[in-house]
Design a protein around this ligand. Structure first.
Ligand SMILES: Cc1cc2nc3c(=O)[nH]c(=O)nc-3n(C[C@H](O)[C@H](O)[C@H](O)COP(=O)(O)OP(=O)(O)OC[C@H]3O[C@@H](n4cnc5c(N)ncnc54)[C@H](O)[C@@H]3O)c2cc1C
Length: 411
C-alpha cells in the first residue's frame, strides 16, 4: 500500500463497520475511512422492524460514539459516494444533502458495503402520506409516528420484514391485513408447509392473512396537507380480486435492490439479476477491479460450489466482513460452518440453520400449535432445520449440518 490513502469503506452499516473494526483489530496501521450516506453513525437494522417500531428502543447504534476516535476510524456520515474510478484508485464523494458539494478521496484498498434499497410498489406515488417501506432508522421512526390513531394497516408482502412489521403493528392493537401473492407467507424462503404454520401464527394474532392474491393498486385521496409531494394520503389497497381494503398505513415489503448505481461507468462487474444481482465477487469478496472488495447484502460472492450467491442476512454480513478484513491484512478469518438467520414475530423466535430451499422435503417433527421444529432434506440428506420457539433444538442440530447427515437418522 503505497500512498497512505489506506482502506476506504463505502457504506457505514453493519458490513462497513465490521470491516473497519476488524482491520484495526488485526493490527492494520494505515488510515481507515468509513463513508456513510445516512446522517447517522452505524446502527443495527434487525431491531428496526421489532423493538424500534414497537417503541421499546431508539437508535440501535453498533458502536459507542467514542469508538471511532479511539480506533482511529475516520467516520464520515452524510456523505454519498457517487462514482468510483478504479484506475485512479479514487472516489467522488458528495454531501448527501448538498449533492453539488463534492470531493475526491483516494484509496489503496476499497470496500463496497452499500446494502440495499427497498423495492417500491410499481406505479405508486412514493410521496403519499401513510405509504412506507422499511430499511433505515428514519423509515422506522417515520412509520412509528403514524401508528397512534391508525384504524387499519395493510402490509404488502409477507417476507420476513413484512411478517415482522405485521406482528409489531398488532402489538399496538392496530387491525392488520397481510397480503401476499404467493400461496403462503415466507413461501419463497421456507416453502409452503412452513408457510402454513407461519400463517397460523399470524391468524392466531388476529392478522387477516390474504395469501395467493396480488395487489392491483394503492388507492389514495383525502385533503391536501403540507409536507408531502402530492399532498395525498393512502386510503386503501385494492387487490387483484377486486377487494378494497381500507388502510391508514400501507407498508410495502416486496424485496430490495442492491445499491450499485454509483458504480455505473466504473467497469466494476455486477452479477446478473438471474443470480441475485449485486456486485460480482470471487469467494473472498474480491471484485473485478484490483484492490476493490464488496461485502454484505450488496455483494454477490461465489459459494463453496463456485456458484454466485447473494444473501441478505445479518450473520452472513459479519462473516464476509471478517473474510475481507483478513484478506486485506493477511490475517485469519472466522467463518461459520453453517449459515444462520432468525426472525422475531410476536413472542416467537423463528430460526433457520442451514440452507433450506422452498422445494426441499420438509419433515415437521414437533408442533404444539404455536412452536414447531422442522427438518429439511434434499435427496435424503439433511439441508436445514427451522424452528419457531425451539432455540435449543435448532442449535443442537448444528453438528449434524456440518457433515452429510441422512435425514433417516433424525426422523
Ligand atoms: C428492518 C430489517 C430487519 C432485519 N431483520 C433481520 C433479522 O431479524 N435477522 C437477520 O439475519 N437479518 C435481518 N436483517 C438483515 C440485516 O440487517 C442486513 O443483512 C444487514 O443490515 C446488511 O448489512 P450491510 O452492511 O450489507 O448493509 P446496510 O446495513 O444496509 O448498510 C449499507 C449502508 O450503506 C449506505 N450507502 C448506500 N449507498 C451509499 C453510497 N453510495 N455512499 C455512501 N453510503 C452508502 C446506506 O445508506 C447504508 O447505511 C434485517 C434488515 C432490515 C432492513
Amino acid at each position: 500500500m503505497g500512498n497512505n490513502a489506506g482502506v476506504v469503506i463505502v457504506g457505514a452499516g453493519l458490513g462497513g463497520i465490521r470491516v473497519a473494526e476488524s482491520v484495526r483489530s488485526a493490527g492494520y496501521e494505515g488510515s481507515v475511512t468509513l463513508i456513510g450516506a445516512e446522517p447517522h453513525p452505524p446502527y443495527d437494522r434487525p431491531p428496526l422492524s421489532k423493538n424500534v417500531l414497537a417503541g421499546k428502543q431508539e437508535r440501535p447504534d453498533l458502536k459507542p460514539a467514542e469508538f471511532f476516535a479511539d480506533s482511529s476510524i475516520d467516520l464520515r456520515t452524510g456523505r454519498t459516494v457517487v462514482s468510483v474510478d478504479p484506475q485512479a484508485h479514487s472516489l467522488t464523494v458528495a454531501h448527501t444533502d448538498d449533492p453539488g458539494n463534492t470531493e475526491t478521496v483516494a484509496y489503496d484498498t476499497l470496500v463496497l458495503a452499500t446494502g440495499l434499497t427497498p423495492r417500491a410498489f410499481p406505479g405508486a406515488d412514493e410521496s403519499l402520506a401513510g405509504l412506507h417501506t422499511l430499511r433505515t432508522i428514519d423509515d422506522a421512526l417515520g412509520l412509528r409516528t403514524e401508528i397512534d390513531g391508525a384504524r387499519s394497516a395493510v402490509v404488502i408482502g409477507a417476507g420476513f420484514i413484512g411478517c415482522e412489521v405485521a406482528a409489531t403493528l398488532r402489538g399496538y392493537g392496530v387491525p392488520v391485513t397481510l397480503v401476499e401473492p404467493a400461496p403462503t407467507p415466507l413461501a419463497a424462503a421456507l416453502g409452503e408447509q412452513i408457510g402454513e404454520l407461519v400463517t397460523r401464527l399470524h391468524i392466531n394474532n388476529e392478522v387477516d392473512v390474504r395469501a395467493g392474491v396480488g395487489v392491483a393498486e394503492i388507492v389514495s385521496g383525502g385533503e391536501k396537507s403540507g409536507g408531502y409531494g402530492s399532498g395525498d394520503r393512502v386510503t386503501a389497497v385494492k387487490l387483484d380480486d377486486g377487494t378494497e381494503l381500507p388502510a391508514d398505513i400501507v407498508v410495502v415489503g416486496i424485496g430490495s435492490i442492491p445499491v450499485t448505481g454509483f458504480l455505473d461507468g466504473s467497469g466494476i462487474e455486477l452479477a446478473d439479476r438471474s443470480v441475485g444481482g449485486g456486485i460480482a465477487c470471487d469467494a473472498v469478496g474480491k471484485t473485478s477491479a484490483d484492490d476493490v472488495y464488496a461485502v454484505g447484502d450488496v455483494a454477490n460472492w461465489l459459494d463453496g460450489e463456485g456458484n454466485p450467491k447473494r444473501v441478505e442476512h445479518w450473520n452472513h454480513v459479519v462473516e464476509q466482513a471478517s473474510v475481507v478484513a483478513a484478506t486485506i491484512t493477511g490475517g485469519e478469518s472466522v467463518r461459520g460452518a453453517v449459515p444462520y438467520f432468525w426472525s422475531d414475530q410476536y413472542d416467537v423466535k423463528i430460526q433457520v440453520l442451514g440452507e433450506p430451499r422452498a422445494d426441499d422435503d420438509v419433515h415437521i417433527v414437533d408442533d404444539d400449535g404455536k412452536k414447531f421444529l422442522a427438518y429439511y432434506s434434499r435427496d435424503g440428506i439433511l439441508t436445514a432445520v427451522v424452528g419457531a420457539g425451539k432455540v435449543a433444538a435448532v442449535m443442537k442440530t448444528r453438528p449434524r449440518l456440518m457433515t452429510e447427515t441422512p435425514i433417516s437418522e433424525l426422523i
